[in-house]
Design a protein around this ligand. Structure first.
Ligand SMILES: Nc1ncnc2c1ncn2[C@@H]1O[C@H](COP(=O)(O)OP(=O)(O)O)[C@@H](O)[C@H]1O
Ligand SMILES: [Mg+2]
Length: 358
C-alpha cells in the first residue's frame, strides 16, 4: 500500500497533471478524430494541412512537436495524428529512453508509416537523443557494438516513420533536436466556451445530465484545461447524485465546487501559493522567478511552465524585464486592496531598467 502524497491531497482535484483515477476515464473521453478535437483552431488547421499533404503524396508526414502545459490535449492529439493517417502508434516517453539501446530497439521495430510518440521528449537522455537525430533525418541508426578502441558501429536502416514528440518545456529541447521537427504546434489554454464544448461532449459520453448554466460554471472554473474540466465534471456528478437528483444545475455545480474547494477562477494550489507569495511576501513584485519558486517550495521550471502561463493568461501576473509582478486583479482575487502605485507602471518609467536592452 502506498501513502497518498501529502502535499497533493488538497490540490488533486485541480491539478493539470493526470491523477491515478484519470487514466481509464481519459481513454473513454479522448477525442478520436481531428473533427472531435475541440479548440486549438490554429494547431488543428496547420496539422490538417501537414497530414493531408503527406497523405496525397503517399509519404509519412514530417516529424511533429506538440508543446504546451499539461492537460491541454498533447497526448490526445498524437493519437489523433496516427488515427488520421491510419497508422499504428508506438508510445514511449523521454524518461523511459535512458539508454540508446532502448531507443534502438523501438526504432528497429517500426514498420513503414508508423507513428512513434515520445511523451516528455525533453527528458530524453543524451545518447538516445543523439541516436534520434540520425533516425529522424536519415531513417538510420548506428548501433555501437563493443567498447573502447575495438568498438564498431553498425549502421541499421529503419522504416520511414513519423515522430510525434510532446513536451511541456519546448525551451528545454536542444537546438539540433528542435530543428529536426518539420512542424511545431503550440497548445494554448482553452476559452470557457471551448471548455463548455468539451464538457458537453464528455457529459454525453458519460451520461451525465448537464444543464447549460451548470456547464458554463464548471467551464469557467477549470483553469483553461480540458483535463481539469473533465475531472470537475465527475466530481460535480458525484455531488449531484448523492446530494441532489443527479442533474447538474448551476446551484448544484456551485455547491459542489465549494465542497471541493475550487476557487472562483479554478486556480490550483500552486497558482494560489505563487500569487500569495508574490503579493504578501514581495509586496506585488517585481521579483525573479527563481526567488518566487523558492518561496513556494517548487522548482522554477514548474512555476515557469505550468503555473505562470495560466496566471498571465488570467491577467493576474505580468512578466516584466525586472521580474514578476502581481496585477491589481491578483490582489483583489486574494481579497486585498491593490497598492495605489502599481509596480509595473512604476517600472515602465524606470530609466535604469537593466533588462530591457541589456
Ligand atoms: N481538445 C480537446 N477536446 C476534448 N477533450 C480534450 C481535448 N484536449 C484534452 N481533452 C481531454 O483531456 C484529457 C487530457 O488530455 P491529454 O491529451 O492527455 O493532455 P496532455 O497530454 O497535454 O497532458 C484527455 O483525456 C481528454 O479527455
Ligand atoms: Mg500527455
Amino acid at each position: 500500500m502506498t501513502e497518498p502524497e501529502p502535499d497533493l491531497a488538497e490540490s488533486e482535484t485541480l491539478s493539470a497533471f493526470a491523477q491515478t483515477g484519470d487514466r481509464d476515464v481519459e481513454t473513454t473521453l479522448r477525442p478520436r478524430k481531428l473533427d472531435d478535437f475541440v479548440g486549438q483552431p490554429r494547431v488543428r488547421e496547420q496539422l490538417q494541412l501537414v497530414l493531408e499533404s503527406a497523405r496525397r503524396r503517399g509519404v509519412p508526414p514530417d516529424h511533429v512537436l506538440l508543446s504546451g502545459p499539461p492537460g491541454l490535449g498533447k497526448t490526445s492529439m498524437s493519437m489523433i495524428i496516427a488515427a488520421e493517417l491510419d497508422a499504428a502508434i508506438r508510445i514511449t516517453s523521454g524518461p523511459a529512453l535512458e539508454r540508446a539501446g532502448d531507443l534502438a530497439a523501438m526504432l528497429s521495430n517500426l514498420a513503414e508509416g508508423d507513428v512513434l510518440f515520445i511523451d516528455e521528449i525533453h527528458r530524453i537522455a543524451r545518447p538516445a537523443e543523439e541516436m534520434l537525430y540520425l533516425a529522424m533525418e536519415d531513417f538510420r541508426v548506428d548501433v555501437v557494438v563493443g567498447k573502447g578502441p575495438g568498438a564498431t558501429s553498425i549502421p541499421l536502416e529503419i522504416a520511414p516513420f513519423t515522430l510525434v514528440g510532446a513536451t511541456t518545456r519546448s525551451g528545454a529541447l536542444t537546438g539540433p533536436l528542435r530543428d529536426r521537427f518539420g512542424f511545431t504546434g503550440h497548445m494554448e489554454f482553452y476559452s470557457a466556451d471551448e471548455l463548455a464544448q468539451v464538457l458537453r461532449r464528455s457529459a454525453t459520453i458519460l451520461g451525465i445530465p448537464l444543464e447549460a448554466d451548470g456547464e458554463a460554471e464548471i467551464a469557467r472554473r477549470s483553469r483553461g484545461t480540458p483535463r481539469i474540466a473533465n475531472r470537475l465534471l465527475r466530481r460535480v456528478r458525484d455531488y449531484a447524485e448523492v446530494r441532489s437528483d443527479g442533474r447538474v444545475s448551476l446551484d448544484v455545480a456551485r455547491a459542489a465546487l465549494e465542497v471541493y474547494d475550487v476557487d472562483e477562477l479554478g486556480l490550483d494550489r500552486l497558482d494560489r501559493a505563487v500569487l500569495s507569495a508574490l503579493v504578501k511576501s514581495f509586496h506585488g513584485g517585481p521579483v525573479g522567478v527563481a526567488t518566487l519558486a523558492v518561496a513556494v517550495g517548487e522548482e522554477s521550471t514548474t512555476v515557469e511552465e505550468v503555473c505562470e502561463p495560466y496566471l498571465v493568461r488570467a491577467g493576474m501576473l505580468a512578466r516584466t524585464p525586472r521580474g514578476r509582478v502581481a496585477t491589481p486583479a491578483a490582489w483583489e482575487h486574494l481579497g486585498l486592496r491593490p497598492p495605489t502605485e502599481v509596480p509595473w507602471e512604476a517600472g515602465r518609467f524606470d530609466q535604469g531598467n537593466p533588462g530591457l536592452f541589456g
